[in-house]
Design a protein around this ligand. Structure first.
Ligand SMILES: Nc1ncnc2c1ncn2[C@@H]1O[C@H](COP(=O)(O)OP(=O)(O)OP(=O)(O)O)[C@@H](O)[C@H]1O
Length: 249
C-alpha cells in the first residue's frame, strides 16, 4: 500500500493466547484517517487486548498491526510514540507530581497544555499533586495526557469512566471538534447511548472475534429495517444498542 493511501489503522489476522486461553482469534479490521470508531463488546471480549496490541504494549502470537502503513509490535513502535495518544485502563499517575507536571511529561508546548486544561475544565486543581485527585479528576488528567500533543490517532479505553454528566458532554464535544480537524479516534465504551452520539463506525467484538464493522449510517438503516419487519414501527432509538442486543447472546 502506498503511504498516501495507507489506512490509519490496519489489523490483519491478529491472534493472542494467554496460556491456553485464546483471547483474539484472527481479528481483522481497518479504518481511515478522521474516522471516530467505537470498539464495543461484552466484558472480556478482547477490546483492551486489541488496544494494547495497537500500541505495541503486548506481544501477539500471529498477525500484524499497521498504523499509517507502518508496522507496530513490541519491538517496532516509533509510529506509536510519535503519532498516537492513548488512555488504556487506568491513567498512569505519579502521586507527587501535579497535573500540570504530568502534562509537561507529554509536551513542551505551554499553549497546548493551557488549551487542554481549559477545554476539560481542570483549572481548579491542575497545580495540585495528583495524589489528591478524585477518580474523575485522574481520568480527566489521563484524557488530557492522551490529547495534549494533538496526535494523529487517539485510543481511549472507557474514557467516560468516573466522569460526571457535564464532563461527558464536554468530552463528546471535544472529540467531535478534534475529529473535525482530522484526528482519528478509537474508543471503547459500554455506555452505548453516549458512544453512538460521537462515532462514525462501530466494530463489535465478542470472544476475541470481530462480529461486525459498520458505519453508523449502515447500522441505523439496518436497525430501522429490522424494526419495521418486527414491529411495523419506523422510529428507532439507539442503533448500536439494538444491534448489540441482537448479536451478543
Ligand atoms: N494479562 C492477562 N493474563 C491472562 N488473561 C488475560 C490478561 N489480560 C486479559 N486477559 C483475558 O483476556 C480476555 C480479554 O480481556 P480484555 O481486557 O481485552 O477484555 P475487554 O473486552 O477489554 O473487557 P472489559 O470490557 O471487561 O474491559 C479476558 O478473558 C481476560 O480475562
Amino acid at each position: 500500500m502506498q503511504n498516501g493511501q495507507a489506512k490509519m489503522v490496519q489489523v490483519t489476522a491478529l491472534r493472542k493466547k494467554f496460556g491456553h486461553r485464546v483471547v483474539l482469534r484472527d481479528v481483522n479490521f481497518a479504518f481511515s484517517t478522521g474516522e471516530v470508531v467505537g470498539l464495543v463488546g461484552p466484558n472480556g471480549a478482547g477490546k483492551t487486548t486489541i488496544m494494547k496490541a495497537l500500541l505495541g504494549l503486548l506481544a501477539t502470537d500471529a498477525g500484524n498491526v499497521r498504523i499509517l502503513g507502518q508496522p507496530v509490535s513490541v519491538n517496532t513502535h516509533t509510529v506509536v510514540t510519535q503519532q498516537v495518544g492513548a488512555l488504556i485502563e487506568r491513567p498512569a499517575i505519579y502521586p507527587f507530581l501535579t497535573g500540570w507536571q504530568h502534562l509537561q511529561l507529554m509536551t513542551t508546548s505551554g499553549e497546548q497544555m493551557t488549551w487542554v486544561v481549559q477545554v476539560l475544565q481542570m483549572e481548579a486543581y491542575i497545580h495540585r499533586p495528583a495524589k489528591r485527585y478524585s477518580l474523575g479528576m485522574k481520568q480527566k488528567l489521563g484524557i488530557a495526557m492522551a490529547l495534549v500533543n494533538r496526535p494523529r490517532l487517539v485510543i481511549l479505553d472507557e474514557p467516560m469512566n468516573g466522569l460526571d454528566p457535564q464532563s461527558v458532554k464536554r468530552l463528546r464535544h471535544l472529540i467531535g471538534q478534534l475529529a473535525g480537524e482530522g484526528i482519528t479516534f478509537l474508543i471503547s465504551s459500554h455506555v452505548l447511548s453516549e458512544l453512538e452520539k460521537i462515532i462514525d463506525t462501530v466494530i463489535l467484538i465478542d470472544q476475541g472475534e470481530v462480529l461486525l464493522q459498520r458505519t453508523m449510517t449502515q447500522l441505523r438503516e439496518s436497525a430501522r429495517q429490522a424494526l419495521v419487519v418486527r414491529t411495523g414501527r419506523r422510529k428507532m432509538h439507539g442503533p448500536c444498542r439494538c444491534f448489540y442486543r441482537q448479536t451478543i447472546q
